[in-house]
Design a protein around this ligand. Structure first.
Ligand code: ATP
Ligand code: MG
Length: 623
């Protein structure tokens, strides 16, 4: 088995990877500022201090520099992942990216971030297949899509791992899968953040030669790197070196040492030039960053390098001129509209919904243990509660115990509805960001597909609890009462699920797991034991808006309202709650209207789902 990525390229005809018109990216005076809110007053920090350069089509460019130099920041800005706080100009084939529009630029580029964000419960082939359906829509036939997937997997030497779960892939294979997923649309611009980090030297060499092949086919390949070996270093067409937020070198790798020699920075014999430049950037050699940055910018902008000290870098000049000729001969750019017209059309909203729903079902089936445990826990608690409150539903003397059973039921279903989805977005956020940024799908089908899976599971769990609890506590065996009880309990679990999604999407995890249950308990108190008239005036609005109160009263009234006949009594002399209406009147439950109240609970759920969608949309688009 050949594990070297790219090794399979020679044998492929690459029919499914037509050349794309070239795209060159020029950036001028890029500054990036962030505000740190940890200090008082908030402190502004400039991370990039006016860097400029050009990344060209057909070239594999490495952004190098020590840790914290600003490589990922620069990549984020160029890919359009970070926009707020940035100033300067980014030109795409000579036209300002602002005037083209970021969304338009994203159509022709893809960004593979540093973390390996794959869906662990999908096999490599399934992941590829779903991505292909989402990204290519109906523009290709199923057979063409299959061919394309095989071609990419072979190219990246993943063809033997098609049936392997993505979560079980090695670090290097996950990185290749991330690249494979984005290669489906054959984008002309590819940004990669540290594609070789964590790979052994053989895999790194193979990975870089694969990127070089992709670049040679006319793509603009830009990646960040840490400290490559000398062999890897010379594979790159261009090198862009960053130190403390400024560029200290841009040009072909072979020119690094002559360039540095101009500043009396001499690479020791037999020393890896990649190590040498990182050491300079890290400050291991006495250097004037400002002078280096100015000279580097001149190299980038003005190719007549008259400022170079000819004595010190005769060889460097010679090589530089070679590179200059190379640049002049390189591919001329075309307009973005022309490039876009070659790209496939993504799937329609309905097709996206179908595939996302199918993906969720597939993942859910693989995660059967989780679903089974949820289901079993509901039955188990239903049985336990049922035995604890056995027979309380049909006895006047145990009416208060039944009151507590109904409250416990509401609280339990609210808790399970809320907590099971609380971590959905926090756990999903990285992979969602990546897929959404790279335009696999839009947010509405994603959210609907999630709900189409989560809502039925929760409803099924809730009903399994209710059936056992209801029967064992000897509640009235009348369809209308049972269905009323189910309706209010299902409504509160839907609303709870909405608030769980919202808390997870809106708050940091540590706060969400604490605040969501606290708020639920707070709302649950209103209307449970306290009558409206007993509540102090400032808190009365809470009684009205508490969907928990509505669900509790609705559930209780389903059991005892609607002229329920007298309850059996053991004590014959005095039986206080023989007539259920008396209790309802004492608790102030009269005047409750089932349909408006259940609609209100569902409306709260709908509002929570909508706010969740808005929060996620905002976070995904906040740049
Ligand atoms: N939002 C932010 N707030 C404060 N500082 C930030 C922020 N984003 C980045 N930085 C700082 O900017 C500097 C550059 O970060 P960046 O992630 O670009 O480094 P890098 O060159 O990619 O490093 P590495 O090789 O370790 O990934 C770091 O010092 C980092 O702490
Ligand atoms: Mg980084």
């Amino acid at each position: 088995m050949n594990e070297k990525p790219g090794a399979g390229m020679d044998s492929l005809n690459m029919d499914h990877f037509p050349r794309r018109p070239p795209i060159n990216i020029t950036f001028k005076d890029i500054r990036y500022k962030v505000v740190s809110w940890q200090t008082v007053p908030p402190r502004r920090k400039e991370i990039l201090h006016g860097v400029s350069g050009e990344f060209r089509s057909g070239e594999l460019t490495a952004i190098m520099g020590p840790s914290g130099a600003g490589k990922s920041t620069l990549l984020n800005i160029l890919a359009g992942f970070a926009v707020k706080g940035m100033s300067g100009r980014i030109l795409i084939n000579g036209e300002s990216r602002e005037s083209i529009g970021l969304e338009e630029f994203k159509k022709v580029s893809c960004y593979i971030q540093q973390d390996d964000v794959v869906r662990p419960l999908l096999t490599v082939y399934e992941a590829m297949s779903l991505a292909t359906h989402l990204k290519l829509g109906c523009s290709s036939s199923v057979k063409e899509k299959h061919q394309k997937i095989l071609e990419i997997l072979t190219m990246l030497s993943l063809n033997d791992h098609g049936a392997t779960m993505s979560g079980r892939l090695s670090g290097g294979q996950k990185k290749r899968l991330s690249l494979a997923l984005e290669l489906i649309t054959n984008p002309p611009v590819i940004f990669l953040d540290e594609p070789t980090t964590g790979l052994d030297s053989v895999s790194t060499t193979a990975c870089v030669s694969l990127m070089k092949t992709l670049a040679r086919q006319g793509r603009t390949m830009i990646c960040t790197l840490h400290q490559p070996s000398a062999r890897i270093f010379e594979q790159f067409s261009q090198l862009y070196c960053v130190a403390n937020g400024v560029s200290i070198y841009q040009g072909p790798p072979e020119n690094v040492t002559p360039f540095m020699a101009n500043f009396d920075l001499f690479c020791p014999p037999y020393h890896n030039p990649a190590d040498f430049i990182i050491e300079i950037a890290a400050g291991d050699y006495p250097r004037d960053l400002q002078r280096l940055a100015e000279a580097a910018e001149k190299c980038g902008n003005d190719l007549t390098i008259s400022n170079w000290n000819s004595e010190k870098s005769d060889r460097g000049l010679e090589m530089y001129n070679l590179a200059l000729n190379d640049k002049k001969a390189s591919i001329s750019s075309s307009d973005l509209g022309g490039v876009q017209s070659c790209l496939p059309q993504p799937a329609s909203i309905w097709i996206q919904l179908f595939h996302l729903y199918y993906r969720n079902i597939l993942i859910m089936r693989r995660d059967a243990l989780n679903i089974t445990l949820r289901f079993v826990a509901h039955i188990f608690i239903g049985v336990i509660f049922g035995y604890l409150y056995q027979g309380v539903g049909n006895n006047a003397e145990t009416l208060l115990a039944n009151f507590i059973f109904v409250y416990g039921t509401n609280l339990f279903l609210h808790y399970t509805g809320q907590m099971t989805v609380l971590l959905s977005f926090p756990l999903e956020y990285n992979v969602l960001t990546r897929e959404h940024f790279n335009r696999w799908y839009t947010l509405p089908p994603y959210c609907i597909a999630l709900l189409l899976v989560e809502l039925p599971i929760q409803a099924f769990c809730a009903i399994s609890y209710i059936v056992f609890g209801y029967y064992l506590t000897d509640q009235p065996l009348e369809w209308s009462r049972f269905l009323g009880f189910v309706m209010f309990n299902q409504a509160i679990s839907v609303a709870a699920q909405g608030t769980g999604f919202l808390a997870g999407a809106l708050l940091p995890i540590t706060l969400a797991v604490f605040l969501a249950p606290v708020f639920s308990c707070f709302f649950s108190v209103f209307g449970f034991t306290s009558k409206y008239t007993d509540i102090t005036a400032p808190l009365r609005p809470m009684y009205n808006i508490s969907y928990f109160r509505a669900a509790f009263q609705g559930s209780f009234l389903s059991l005892y309202g609607n002229n329920r006949s007298d309850l059996p009594c053991l004590e014959e002399i005095y039986c206080h709650y023989k007539k259920p209406a008396k209790f309802l009147q004492e608790m102030g439950f009269d005047g409750f209207q089932a349909i408006p109240e259940v609609s209100y609970i569902l409306a709260v759920g709908l509002l929570a789902y909508s706010l969740t969608a808005f929060t996620v949309w905002f976070k995904l688009n906040k740049r």
